[in-house]
Ligand binder design. Structure first.
Ligand code: HEC
Length: 145
């Protein structure tokens, strides 16, 4: 597959990773790093690279960076349960893109992924859609019954 990097995307793009030294019993700090390119076809891989640091590899909201945030990351396995058993895919898509102001978001700590995904997709709107759809499908597959 052809890699598409946009000149200068690292300047716009932010992702999160933990500072080394989190093993010491101190509060982890969040460091902003340039977003890494991940193939758009794998929701699981994108989740592990972009989301697990906060939401946890098992989607329970307990990623390694969670304790450094003011707002706890949501448990993404109970989205359907919390919505009368129906997985709210439109709401999840909007939450990822970042154009929904969730009421709890006075200080929005969840990154706004729309522009970041657009950067790593070379500005191709279809690829951004594919990323969001595949993330959505992956999260839906992890819903508790
Ligand atoms: C820096 C930490 C962080 C990262 C990285 C992150 N999130 Fe979040 N996310 C949060 C927090 C905190 C919330 C709780 C809502 C808020 O912002 O107040 C949240 C909320 C959400 C919600 C809304 C859930 C609900 O119950 O309504 C969804 C969906 C979501 N995140 C998906 C993702 C996906 C998918 C990714 C990766 C592309 C991701 N998040 C990456 C911190 C993060």
């Amino acid at each position: 597959m052809k890699k598409r990097y946009v000149a200068g995307f690292a300047v716009l793009a932010l992702a999160f990773s933990l500072m080394a030294g989190a093993q010491e019993a101190q509060k982890p700090e969040i460091k902003h790093v340039p977003i890494r390119h991940t193939a758009a076809y794998s929701g699981e891989q994108m989740f592990n690279n972009y989301c697990a640091v906060c939401h946890g590899a098992a989607l329970k909201g307990d990623g390694p960076a969670a304790s450094a945030l003011k707002t706890l990351p949501s448990d993404l396995t109970t989205l359907a349960q919390r919505n009368d058993g129906k997985y709210p895919s439109a709401k999840v898509a909007t939450a990822i893109k970042g154009d929904m102001s969730m009421p709890a978001h006075g200080n929005r700590e969840m990154p706004v992924w729309g522009p970041l995904f657009s950067g790593i997709s070379g500005g191709h709107a279809e690829e951004v859609q594919q990323r969001i759809a595949n993330l959505n499908r992956y999260i839906e597959s992890k819903q508790l019954k």
